[in-house]
Write a protein that binds this ligand. Structure first.
Ligand code: NDP
Ligand code: 2IT
Length: 464
């Protein structure tokens, strides 16, 4: 972020430049990681000014360096007897406040730079949840699309055969992310249990019959909506009656839509990597049920929506465009729920020009830095992913607690805890933004609140 505006910190830009030059020299090719690091370093520069003891202990230098990175070969055989070789990773980034915790992503785009950005974000996100979880992320460049259940099972078993040496309920507890849902968690849990001969809460996002938590599938989407409600409440507003845009049509987008419907808001778009649908009548409960069946059971594509509901339109992705027309649909609220860097400066400007009031990010780092600047300059409520989508990992933390207690809480109990956590994340972020002179700037607030918890803990624990 380069523009200095009223609600942004007047930080010592030379500190940021010098520090980031060192990070770039070591990680030059990891563009997403550098993007994530730049945002945090800019946000916490003022904290470093006020806390010379952090600089002396090289807290920031240590925070940008993962504690451990594991990379491994994942060989598997398809249904036709052909051998494939994928790459598996686990980035164990920071264990200051608890066991490494974070999802696994299976997508052909996965590489170390992407997993380092996700693991880095996870450190601060998890710190904000108020629960004792460190930060980690993993995954593979395996593409589950078009694979049979047996192929996915063989892949998951091969992946876990190596990963199981490195994880454990008190060490590192993975969960789902893009391309990893209940089916994959089941296959991986089965293999872990078989090899290690232990039934433990080593993964979260498990099914309810074997140690899962109620509300975990819903948690990220619900939490993202709760965060939007918290931001709006500051100005005495709420989502009721608002027209909303969502991208993606996976786990996060589906339950986000469900919660919007419940709160009287109207979601009019969903997407996948092929394009987006626009349903001006709104996606109601029945239509959402159809989408869930399409995506989770039949594993189909979102363009099928318009055959079923002909009032809607489908717009395929046009790689020649400099913007995504999804974000140019007029709306009051927008929820990016697909992937990183899906909202560029033009998209952000289109949203603002169309009068959007609130953005709450279900995805991790979906908005490019120039887009973030546009939202902040426009003074709209902008909830960055590491605060807004923390409900998913928060309920994963509650799943770990239930596993340790060997009991399960009711839907209401977990949902109430989730609401309380989202409120707490909002409060901490808001208060930190105010304390550092940028009231209402959740980027600065969330990064500072998360970072301070990690930094103070690392100070307590000595040079490790
Ligand atoms: P899913 O795999 O369930 O769904 C992902 C959705 O995003 C699909 O509709 C997919 O379309 C679309 N998508 C994925 N990659 C791309 C891409 N490169 N370009 C365009 N569209 C894409 O994943 P989730 O819903 O779990 O995750 C969505 C986002 O939310 C991710 O950023 C994830 O990191 C984040 N998140 C997830 C949490 C969770 O608990 N699951 C928690 C916190 C954040 P297609 O099918 O065509 O690939
Ligand atoms: O990005 C995320 O926070 C997740 N994918 C969820 C991680 C978790 O451990 O539940």
């Amino acid at each position: 972020m380069t523009v200095q505006t009223m609600n942004k910190p007047k930080s010592t830009s030379s500190f940021v430049e010098e520090f980031m030059a060192k990070v770039k020299a070591r990680n030059g090719w990891e563009t997403e990681f550098l993007q994530a690091a730049q945002e945090v370093v800019e946000s916490v520069a003022l904290v470093m000014d006020r806390h010379p003891e952090y600089a002396k202990a090289k807290i920031l230098d240590r925070v940008v360096e993962p504690e451990r990175v594991i990379q491994f070969r994942v060989p598997w055989m398809d249904d036709f007897g052909e051998v494939h070789v994928n790459r598996g990773f686990r980035v164990e980034f920071n264990s200051a406040i608890g066991p490494y915790k974070g999802g696994l992503r299976f997508h052909p785009s996965v590489n170390l730079g992407i997993l380092k950005f996700l693991g880095f974000e996870q450190i601060f996100k998890n710190a904000l949840t108020t629960l004792p979880m460190g930060g980690g992320k993993g995954g593979s460049d395996f593409d589950p699309k078009g694979k049979s259940d047996t192929e996915v099972m063989r892949f998951c078993q091969s992946f876990m055969t190596e990963l199981c040496r490195h994880i454990g309920p008190n060490t590192d507890v993975p969960a789902g992310d893009i391309g990893v849902g209940g089916r994959e968690i089941g296959f991986m849990f089965g293999q872990y249990k078989r090899i290690r001969n232990e039934f433990t809460g080593v993964l979260t996002g498990k099914a309810i019959n074997w140690g899962g938590s109620l509300i975990r599938p819903e948690a990220t989407g619900y939490g993202t909506v709760y965060f939007a409600e918290e931001m709006l409440a500051v100005k005495g507003k709420n989502l009721k009656g608002m027209t909303c845009l969502a991208s993606g049509s996976g786990n996060v987008a589906q339950y986000l839509t469900e919660k919007c419907i419940e709160l009287g808001a109207k979601v009019v778009t969903l997407s996948d990597s092929g394009g987006f649908i626009h349903d001006p009548d709104g996606i109601d409960t029945k239509k959402l049920q159809w989408v869930m069946d399409l995506k989770n059971v039949r594993r189909g594509r979102i363009n099928e929506y318009v055959e079923q509901f002909p009032n809607a339109t489908y717009t395929p992705v046009d790689p020649g465009l400099d913007h995504n027309p999804l974000w140019n649909v007029k709306a009051d609220a927008a929820f990016p729920c697909a992937t990183q860097n899906e909202v560029n400066a033009k998209d952000a400007q289109n949203l603002v020009n169309n009068g959007v009031q609130v953005i709450s990010e279900g995805a991790n780092m979906p908005t490019l830095p120039e887009g973030v600047d546009i939202f902040l300059d426009a003074g709209i409520h902008y909830g960055l992913g590491k605060a807004a989508n923390a409900g998913g990992v928060a309920v994963s933390g509650l799943e770990m607690s239930q596993n340790s207690l060997r009991l399960g809480w009711s839907r209401e109990e977990v949902d109430n805890k989730l609401k309380g956590i989202m409120k707490a994340i909002h409060r901490q972020s808001y208060d930190a933004s105010k304390e550092y002179g940028c009231e209402g700037n959740y980027v600065v607030g969330a990064n500072i609140a998360g970072f301070k918890k990690i930094a103070d803990t690392m100070m307590d624990q000595g040079l490790v």
